[in-house]
Design a protein around this ligand. Sequence first.
Ligand code: PLP
Length: 387
Amino acid sequence: MSEVVAADGQLASSRPCTDTLAKMHEQPISFARGAPALELIPAGELAECAYAVAQREGAHIFAYGSGAGYAPLRELVAERHGVESGRVVLTVGGLQGFAFYAVEQLARRPGRVLVEAPSYDRPLKILAREGAEIVALRMDEEGLDPDALEAELRRTTEPPSFLYTIPTFQNPSGRTLSTERRQRIVEIVTAHGLAVLEDDPYGLVRYEGKAPPSLHELEGGERVTYTSSFSKTAAPGLRVGYFVLPKKDAPAFEERAVSTYISPPFLAQATIAEFIARGHFEPNLERVCGELRARRDAMTGALERTFPAGSVWSRPEGGYFLWLELGSDVRATELAARAEAKGVAFVRGEDFFPRGSGSGVSSARLAFSYETPERITEGIEVLAGLL
Ligand SMILES: Cc1ncc(COP(=O)(O)O)c(C=O)c1O
């Protein structure tokens, strides 16, 4: 089971109306949706920004344009990452960008793709569809294990196509790669000439602790491509993601965008640029982080109070997810079916490993981004009652 209900493009209001609230209560409690709750989306401010840019820019904003995206937003992203704007390509969401990157990189350097075990399920599906051989590398509480990466690179003389990694508040595990390991991984990929895609949509959604440097920063952006999106920091329905590419790769990436959708929806990208220019981005992020912290605390608190010994879970300092190990005698598939009957949904751990690997059968991804703290507590109590 993946997300039970489609997460995209729902209501325009940041304050759910009474009808909507009533409907939410009829709905299952979803720990499956890796999506922000509607009340986390700053709909009013975004609406004002969209209207203002449409008025100001007129027909330009509704016309075709550069495949690389709305120039002022490319500039803002470039400034934030300390690169020239020619290296920034805006995408219709981070996942669309992943598909471009994977196809481009696999064409340029065919070979196996290295991922973390577990890893975000949608890229795994894209890679499988492209016929790529996927190698899942061991990770633990500190993130991807550099020894596992090095061993895989030494295993055969055939070079892999690329490494796909989500180092901060990983989807699905919520884990963050330590700074020490980041440094080692950069040394390893540099020594082996390995291309890396660093996917970082959750990095800014940090509610405690200190942010480690990105792989991209540590490596200098020669072979590490960085991607993020505004889905978790503003709104997923706007579909605005971005890539910071090695200079030589940017033209091909842009060409892929042009030959897929000609040019992106500029109104959405200009809305985000306006949102940043008006100074809304940081206060909104602070609000979102506060809400998510309360939801994380509700989930970990309820797990501690109600779950039996033998279950363990991660305690992320940010992001949307925690990873639950249920103990080897529990089958997540069976638990998910019984939980669904009681109105609680989550995604089974095995969905985040390459198909048929046999891994993750006793684990689960729990998203705390979508439900209120009260419903989170209620949902965890239901799960505990089934164990
Ligand atoms: C790790 C990761 N990458 C990329 C995405 C895609 O996000 P979007 O396409 O909305 O930018 C997600 C969404 O949940 C994610 O968890």
